[in-house]
Structure formats: structure tokens, C-alpha cells
Design a binder for this molecule. Structure first.
Ligand SMILES: *[C@@H]1O[C@H](CO)[C@@H](O)[C@H](O)[C@H]1NC(C)=O
Length: 507
């Protein structure tokens, strides 16, 4: 009860008992109301101006009543809580409801409940934020879709009646829309702008954060820097001549990576991209194929008319595989995609022209889904490869005890034509590729300067350690494949699509 209340109560009492006190109200220097009253003398019969005072008094009475009600309610709640707490505290303290102990407990309980409430409120706040972010994302995606739909209609009207599900951008470049290079910005504020910068909704693919976590973990467990396996040297000479398409030789030098494109979301942290070294019509040597391979359901394959369109982020077409694939061991060869079906050792040949699965075949005994991956993990147990000799598959088996087995495949039937056992453990290397019938392995996926540290020649069965410098520019090389027509290595290094020139010795 404040001094103001007291004063008024006093004056109220006075009014009731004496009938007519004289009351004055004024503001003091602190801006508070002060009331003064005068005791009436016998000579003065009545109090003047009682109306003002009575209004203030009634106001205060109402306020007091409200405070009292609230206090009573609080008391009831506290005593209820006390009872609940005592019950919760168990039988021994059950009967007593107002001991000092239980009072303290109640206070703790109250404090705890208050904290809990604050926490819930802040959680609700962040949920609301996330929700509004999602709404923004949705609306910008819808805008994007709208824009693309309009464009598609225009293009179809103009000159492309056979193009069905995606816009061809060859003759009609979209003005000033460049793909954002921002990556991994899936936190609150960065989200809407990142969505705006994307190449289009068709480039979005589903991804699972769990899988990313798993893959990172896996790679941390098995990573082994090449420098610890073999001493690095920089003796490789870049003096050998460039080869013609049909010529073969030993790998002697790998150039610095050239970066063409950075994936725009987490789905593209790992991936595979390539050109078909022996394309089948209607595809050409320029056609680029790309798959983002982070996620639980990897099905989308992007076709780009050429490198320029890849850089700009305009796919010609998006193919959706009938079944999910696993990791980034896929290759494109003679107009078909060869990939590993999710959680299996089944190889799938998908024909791009007819858009159907041409054949599926089990790769007998091959370890899969995390049994014998490369050191970075990512379910890279089975890795397909193409070189001058044809189609290969790199894997391991129980019998081989985790050492790399390489098999030559018949691209028509997916039959294993011949197999070779190497002695290098698959999980000790970051990646592998075939070049002129020789298997090469990359030491580390993360070390900026690692080496191609091992070669196994299937012609002779001879294997040896090598030390050809290899650069991981972005610190996470998930894919390294050779293109025998271009004599280049294609790589996917931490969102970045890169290529490396190579030199071969004359045989
Ligand atoms: C490779 O090793 C496995 C297991 O030791 C063996 O069964 C198989 O015959 C070997 N293959 C070749 C081609 O040597």
C-alpha cells in the first residue's frame, strides 16, 4: 500500500466519520499527486469541493479492489502450486503444505516454471521467425516459377514445340540473371536472397542434413593425409607432350584446377559432373551432365547444352531417375548414365534419349553403402569410371578385404568382363580414376597439396607408388574422374566444379 493510498484511505475515513473534510489535490515536484485535507472548524459548516476528491477516492477504491483480487488469486495459485510441488516431492513431505522447506521449494518451482515459460516463448519466437523465412522463400520460389512458366510459354510459342518440361535458353538469354555464388546460407536472414539467386526451382533438390552430418563424420574418421602415407615430391616434369585422343601413356603431370561453377546450395557440396567422352546423338561433346549428390533421395540429373549454360545455371533439361542413386560414382558414357542404385550393389544403365532404364545388374560381392568407401566417406563404395579402354568399376569385396578391385564392364550388358585385385586399401585413398587402363588413386581429399600416390596397370598387373602433385583447391574433393576424349580430369571440390589438365608420357 503506497503513501498515496494511505492518504486517500485516511481522507476517506475522515469523510465518512466527519462528514465534510476539505481536500486539496496537487502535484509535487516529482510529479506525484499529493492530497491535503483540513479538519473543519465548528464555524465552517460544510466541506467545499468534495466532488473532485470523491472521484479520486472511487478511482483508488477500484484500483485497490483489483489489486486485492489479483493478490488473492495469486495466493490461491501459490498454495495450489505448493500442494502440487509437495505431492511431486513425494510422500514424506506430502502432508505439510506450509513448512519453510516447502515454501522454498515452491519458490524454486515457480522460478523454474517461469524460466520454462521464457524458454518456450523464445522458442516460439524463433519458430515464428523460421516460419516467416519459409513463407518468404515460398513466395520467391513461386515468383520464380511464375517467371519461368511465362518464359516457357513464350519460348514454346516461338520455336520449340518439342521442348516439354524445361526452358531452352539457347536463343533467348535471360537478361542479367546470374546464379548466386553464395553457398550454405541456410540460416535465417540469408535464406530469401540465396533463393533469389538460384538458377531456378528446377535446380533445387531434396537433401537431408542427417546425411551430411554422417558423411562429414565418416570422412573425419577415415581421413588420412597422403603426406603421411608417402613423401610428397615435386619432381614430375611438365615437359611431356600433349596426346591425341587415341594415344595413351602414363600419367606424369596434373595441372592446377580451373573452376567453372560453384553449386548454390548444400545439395551441391558433393556431386558429379562430366561430359560424355563418346556422346550419342542428340547429345554432343559439349553437353554437360551434373548431379548434386548430397541428400537422401538423389534422382535429378541436369543436362546443360554447354559449359556456358552450366556457368550461367540454365539447364536444358532435368532428368529424374526412377530410383535414387547412391553417392557420386556415376558416369555418362555413350549417351547413357551408369549409376549405383541407393543402398545396393546394383548398377543401373539409364538411357537419356529414351529416358528409360536400359538394364540393371548386381555387381557381385561388391561392398556397398559404407562398407568400403573412399576416405571421405559419402557411400563412395562403388565408383564407375571411363577411360580410353571403356567402362570400369572400382570397388572392394569381402574376399579382397577392403583392397581395391577394378573390373572392366560391358557397357551393353553390365557384365563384368575381367577383374583385377590391387593391394591398396580403398578406404586409405580419397578417390580413384582410370586412365589408359591404369588405376590411379588420390591421397587426400582435403590437403591442399596432395598427390596421386598409387598406380595399378591392368595391362601388366604391375602396381607402384607415385607422387604426382594434385591440388585440392577448396579442401573437399569428393569426385575425381577422367575424360579420355578431353584428356582432362573432372573434379567436384567443396561445391566447386573444376577440371585439371593432365599430361601423359609417350609409351
Ligand atoms: C582377387 O582376390 C580374390 C580373393 O582373394 C580371389 O577370389 C580372386 O580370384 C582374385 N581375382 C583375381 C583376378 O586375381
Amino acid at each position: 500500500m503506497g503513501p498515496r493510498t494511505l492518504l486517500i484511505m485516511l481522507s476517506l475515513m475522515f469523510c465518512v466519520t466527519q462528514g465534510s473534510p476539505q481536500l486539496r489535490r496537487a502535484n509535487d515536484r516529482q510529479g506525484q499527486c499529493t492530497y491535503t485535507f483540513t479538519v473543519p472548524s465548528p464555524r465552517e459548516g460544510t466541506c467545499t469541493e468534495p466532488g473532485e476528491a470523491m472521484t479520486a477516492i472511487r478511482e483508488q477504491q477500484r484500483e485497490n479492489a483489483a489489486v486485492k483480487q489479483e493478490t488473492d488469486a495469486l495466493k490461491i495459485r501459490v498454495s495450489l502450486l505448493e500442494k502440487v510441488v509437495n505431492k511431486l516431492l513425494g510422500g514424506e513431505a506430502g502432508q505439510s503444505t506450509s513448512s519453510p522447506q516447502s515454501f522454498t521449494d515452491t519458490q524454486f518451482e515457480l522460478q523454474r516454471l517461469k524460466l520454462e515459460k521464457d524458454e518456450w516463448e523464445s522458442q516460439r519466437g524463433s519458430l515464428e521467425l523460421a516460419y516467416s523465412d519459409l513463407l518468404k522463400e515460398k513466395s520467391s520460389l513461386e515468383e520464380e516459377k511464375q517467371r519461368l512458366t511465362e518464359r516457357l510459354e513464350k519460348v514454346q510459342q516461338k520455336q520449340c514445340p518439342q521442348a516439354a518440361e524445361t526452358p531452352r535458353n539457347r536463343d533467348q538469354p535471360i537478361p542479367s540473371r546470374q546464379e548466386s555464388s553464395s553457398t550454405g546460407s541456410h540460416g535465417g536472414a540469408g535464406r530469401p536472397s540465396a533463393v533469389h539467386g538460384k538458377g531456378g526451382p528446377s535446380e533445387l533438390s531434396r537433401w537431408g542434413a542427417d546425411e551430411v552430418g554422417y558423411q562429414e563424420l565418416k570422412s573425419e574418421l577415415t581421413a588420412l593425409p597422403a603426406s603421411r602415407m608417402f613423401p610428397e615430391s615435386h619432381s614430375a616434369s611438365p615437359s611431356t607432350e600433349r596426346m591425341g585422343t587415341n594415344e595413351c601413356g602414363e600419367l606424369t603431370w596434373i595441372g592446377e584446377p580451373t573452376t567453372y561453377r560453384k553449386a548454390d546450395n548444400i545439395a551441391g557440396k558433393y556431386g558429379v559432373w562430366m561430359r560424355d567422352p563418346e556422346p550419342a546423338s542428340p547429345f554432343t561433346l559439349d553437353t554437360i551432365w551434373r548431379i548434386n549428390t548430397v541428400g537422401a533421395d538423389i534422382r535429378q540429373v541436369f543436362e546443360y547444352e554447354n559449359l556456358d549454360q552450366l556457368v550461367k545455371g540454365y539447364p536444358t533439361k532435368v532428368y529424374v531417375m526412377p530410383r535414387s542413386m547412391e553417392s557420386n560414382g556415376a558416369v555418362v558414357y555413350k549417351g547413357s548414365l551408369y549409376y549405383i542404385r541407393k543402398k545396393s550393389r546394383i548398377l543401373v544403365k539409364y538411357d537419356f534419349k529414351t529416358e528409360t532404364v536400359a538394364i540393371q545388374k548386381e555387381l557381385v560381392d561388391a561392398g556397398f553403402h559404407g562398407k568400403y568407401p573412399y576416405s571421405w566417406g559419402g557411400y563412395t563404395d562403388i565408383d564407375l569410371a571411363v577411360d580410353e579402354m571403356g567402362l570400369w568399376v572400382i570397388y572392394s569385396t569381402e574376399n579382397a578385404k577392403g583392397s581395391i578391385v577394378v573390373s572392366k564392364l560391358d557397357p551393353k550388358t553390365l557384365e563384368v568382363k575381367q577383374s583385377w585385385n590391387s593391394t591398396i586399401r580403398k578406404q586409405s585413398v580419397a578417390n580413384a580414376f582410370m586412365l589408359c587402363g591404369t588405376l590411379y588413386t588420390v591421397g587426400s581429399y582435403s590437403s591442399p597439396t596432395t598427390t596421386v600416390n598409387f598406380a595399378f596397370d591392368t595391362h601388366t598387373g604391375v602396381q607402384k607408388q607415385t607422387s604426382i602433385p594434385f591440388q585440392n583447391l577448396y579442401g573437399y574433393a569428393s569426385m575425381v574422374d577422367y575424360n579420355p576424349t578431353e584428356k582432362k580430369l573432372y573434379g567436384w571440390d567443396n561445391y566447386n566444379m573444376v577440371t585439371y589438365d593432365v599430361r601423359l608420357s609417350k609409351m
